[in-house]
Ligand binder design. Structure first.
Ligand code: FAD
Length: 286
């Protein structure tokens, strides 16, 4: 099923994100993860894709096939264009079509300084336009409530996002954020700019300090003081930090639901217990 049809029928749409493990030996862990995630009845599960020629990308396709055909859950395959030629993109999309995959998250990907730049597409909007014209997928795009780290300012960010949506994005998934006000003001700016597709909110429950510092450095999301205090207070007490991180994420999710968000996209980091705790916390709400 095309995910845009799910957004047309229900609100909020619940989705999870997982990534393919680096080692083949860890593939069985993905089965255990999917067995738990599938019982939580998400509307779709997305699978990440390595930027710039990662050798791990065959696993993305294998895992997406499993989600769709073995677990009967809709899937969204991330596809990055940085570091790939048009011919390589064509080959990925024909494999996806042959395997009944209907949904692609069209991304540029982070530029890898160690990979020779040979991209035929410079921005995600170009990949989106190409997919829209040459294939028949539901296309998602990424968006950034606190601005993409490379953006000059919010105005150019929103104007490029509008270009991406006009090129064919059917819905958007946001970068993670820890302050809902950023998301609400971003949505307002999108609507003013005429970006009217559904926007699902990316939420990452934080369960350890090193993980969050690495991620925040990478994506530029800011940590509100009240959340930083929680992390500092419990950094050496893993179970306390787990509980506090879960409660923080849950309070963000409930506030988003109260404010009629189009969807919640949980960055699970392949930890199904995290998704389970959040789903249990909203089972009588959603
Ligand atoms: P774009 O939409 O191309 O934007 C990148 C930057 O270029 C922005 O600053 C934008 O404002 C600017 N820009 C866009 N168009 C123009 C233009 N015409 N002229 C000038 N500037 C322009 N990375 C992975 O490697 N694998 C994944 O699976 C993955 N999944 C992700 C999932 C989500 C939900 C999100 C939010 C991010 C994900 N990423 C992933 C990270 C993403 O690839 C990076 O954030 C990357 O740097 C930007 O990708 P994009 O598709 O948003 O790029």
């Amino acid at each position: 099923m095309r995910i845009q049809e799910i957004f047309a029928k229900k609100k909020p749409v619940l989705s999870f994100e997982i990534f393919p493990p680096k080692r083949d030996s860890e593939l069985k862990d993905i089965d255990e993860t999917l067995a738990i995630l599938s019982k939580l009845s998400p509307d779709f599960i997305s699978v990440t894709f390595g930027a710039g020629g990662s050798s791990n990308n065959n696993k993305t396709i294998e895992i997406a096939k499993k989600i769709k055909h073995q677990y009967g859950i809709e899937t969204l395959v991330h596809l990055t264009c940085s570091g790939y030629t048009k011919q390589e993109i064509d080959s990925f999309i024909s494999i996806l079509s042959e395997n009944g995959i209907e949904n692609i998250l069209a991304l540029r990907g982070d530029k890898n300084p160690n990979v020779l730049e040979k991209s035929d597409f410079q921005y995600a909007s170009e990949l989106t336009g190409y997919l829209n014209k040459s294939a028949n997928f539901c296309i998602a795009g990424a968006c950034y409530p606190e601005c993409h780290p490379e953006s000059k300012n919010r105005i150019s960010e929103i104007s490029h996002l509008k270009g991406k949506v006009d090129a064919g994005s059917d819905f958007l998934i946001s970068q993670l954020f820890f302050e809902n006000e950023f998301f609400y003001s971003f949505i307002e700016n999108c609507r003013i700019a005429g970006i009217n597709v559904p926007v699902t909110a990316g939420i990452m429950p934080v369960i350890n300090k090193a993980q969050i510092e690495r991620i925040v450095n990478l994506c530029g999301a800011s940590l509100p003081n009240r959340f930083r205090k929680i992390i500092n207070r419990y950094e050496n007490e893993p179970t306390a930090l787990f509980d506090a991180g879960m409660s923080y994420a849950l309070s963000q999710v409930i506030d988003l639901l109260v404010n009629d968000v189009d969807g919640i996209h949980l960055y699970t980091m392949n930890n199904p217990i995290v998704a389970k705790r959040i789903c249990e916390g909203i089972k009588n709400i959603i």
